[in-house]
Design a protein. Structure first.
Length: 323
């Protein structure tokens, strides 16, 4: 039998067949997926082949094959630095929920996410959430970020669950697709999903004021069918979103505005740092590329995993002037 994985708890997997029947399944033996050192062999969104085991009181399944994935999203395993955790696979669109202050989402975090989505061939859309909470300064900041990312070519939505703003536009983007919402804990993923489909009643928690950070409410990924013709994968909040197996020379290719200028650089292996006649650096000097994007790129180039969660909207020119 063949089915789609709707839920993964690490040892059991809920699989739905084309006929709509759900089975609880386990893995047969150990899976080794070529090129991936993963802590979890089967992910939500996987298409799997399984056999039924009817020897016990309840009918369960035994997964013996994972069909080829068209893409997947990963995060680094907390304890095993060289291993990754596949959050979900076979995704059509990924929506990154961005909040300005509650909790703050840094440009470095946004850019790492977008680079990863580009690398795995998934369309990424930015959802600026909780717009009903904005004061004037927060609105200015949000519109500035929207200006930066819209110019690059990323779709941006402005949404408020409490005021029902932007919900129809979001539904239109999700219809007929398998979507994933992601972002820091506390950005409002579960609340927004409950707004889209109220009967799901996903758990939500208030932001912890002491830490300005959301409490983890989702402990594993799960797919849901929505009544407007969409599927959504609900995921744990991502704290350590990492770029895995990417060569330094490749990173710039996943910044669309850098890649568009690449053939104008003097050297075809230009890293856009100290090289002469670099089209990216020239565009930067002419304010055609955002400094926040370039700073994110440098952090990724240098493998700076420690600071991207706290480094906000640093302007490289001001930095240079201060030094």
């Amino acid at each position: 039998m063949t089915g789609l994985v709707y839920k993964s708890t690490g040892s059991w997997y809920t699989v739905r067949t084309e006929e709509g029947t759900f089975y609880e399944c386990r893995i047969k033996g150990k899976f080794r997926i070529k090129g991936i050192k993963s802590t979890n062999p089967v992910a939500v969104g996987d298409i799997v082949d399984f056999d039924l085991d009817e020897t016990s009181d309840t009918t369960t399944g035994l997964i013996h094959n994972i069909q080829e994935r068209k893409n997947y999203i990963i995060r680094k395993s907390v304890n095993l630095s060289k291993q990754v955790h596949i959050i979900a696979s076979n995704i059509d669109k990924v929506f990154l929920l961005v909040t300005i202050n509650n909790p703050p989402t840094t440009t470095s975090f946004i850019d790492r996410f977008l680079v990863t989505a580009e690398a795995y061939g998934i369309e990424a859309i930015l959802v600026f959430n909780k717009i009903d909470t904005f004061d004037d300064a927060m609105l200015d900041e949000q519109l500035y970020l929207q200006y930066i990312y819209s110019n690059i070519g990323y779709k941006c939505l402005r949404v408020s669950s409490t005021q029902q703003k932007g919900i129809d536009e979001l539904k239109a983007e999700m219809k007929d697709n398998v979507s994933m919402f992601s972002g820091h804990s506390g950005v409002g993923k579960s609340t927004l999903i409950n707004t889209l489909q109220p009967n799901l009643n996903l758990k939500t928690k208030e932001i912890s004021e002491q830490h300005s950070q959301g409490q983890h409410t989702t402990t594993f990924a799960e797919m849901f069918d929505l009544d407007f013709g969409a599927k959504i994968i609900d995921t744990p909040g991502i704290r350590g979103f990492g770029i895995v197996d990417m060569e330094k020379e490749e990173i710039g290719d996943y910044f669309p505005e850098f890649f568009a200028l690449k053939d104008q650089c003097k050297f075809n292996n230009c890293l856009h740092k100290e090289e002469p006649h670099c089209a990216v650096k020239e565009a930067l000097d002419n304010d055609e590329i955002a400094w926040s994007r370039y700073n994110s790129y440098l952090q990724m180039l240098e493998g700076d995993e420690d600071h991207y969660r706290t480094d906000a909207y640093a302007d490289g020119r001001n930095k240079e002037e201060q030094e």
